[in-house]
Ligand binder design. Structure first.
Ligand SMILES: [Cu+2]
Length: 156
């Protein structure tokens, strides 16, 4: 029996490439704002880092019906929040999802998120080759007043 080493090596390299793509984006300090009963939306925040240019294009979580990517900004002294199609993660610089800036909006919450809970979130990241990989995140629920500023961010 003769193994086709070239073929085997190719497959191995392909597997490595996938593993590397998965390992590319690092997530730190992921947290969500805890909610009060009946509250239907909340924000999730984290720091994203990548050695190569990447882009956060969507996210899901079992605790909410939907997750939107949002950006908050000042417009004529009024804080505005709007959905964005994606959030760029510049190579080596990273991006901060934080109150008052980019964030994930968890919509149609299925139950109250109490402080101390761990909320699983799946991020879909698009690399420079347009290939999408998913990154699993565990976000800690912090008390309502954590992070200051925008409170519970009511949706309209
Ligand atoms: Cu929002």
């Amino acid at each position: 029996m003769k193994l086709n080493m070239k073929c085997l090596l190719g497959a191995l390299l392909a597997m490595l490439a996938v593993a590397t793509a998965h390992a590319q984006v690092r997530v730190a300090d992921a947290w969500v704002r805890a909610t009060v009963a009946q509250q239907s939306v909340t924000g999730a925040f984290m720091h994203l880092d990548s050695p190569a240019d990447a882009r956060l294009v969507s996210a899901t979580t079992p605790v909410a019906g939907a997750v939107e990517l949002h950006r908050m900004s000042m417009d004529n002294n009024v804080m505005k929040m709007a959905p964005v199609a994606g959030i760029d993660i510049p190579a080596g610089k990273g991006v901060e999802l934080k109150p008052g800036g980019y964030h994930l909006m968890l919509i149609n919450l299925k139950s109250q998120i109490k402080a101390g809970a761990m909320v699983p979130i799946t991020l879909v990241i698009e690399g420079p080759d347009h290939r999408q990989t998913s990154v699993e995140v565990k976000a800690l629920a912090r008390p309502l007043n954590a992070g200051g500023g925008m409170g519970a961010m009511p949706r309209k």
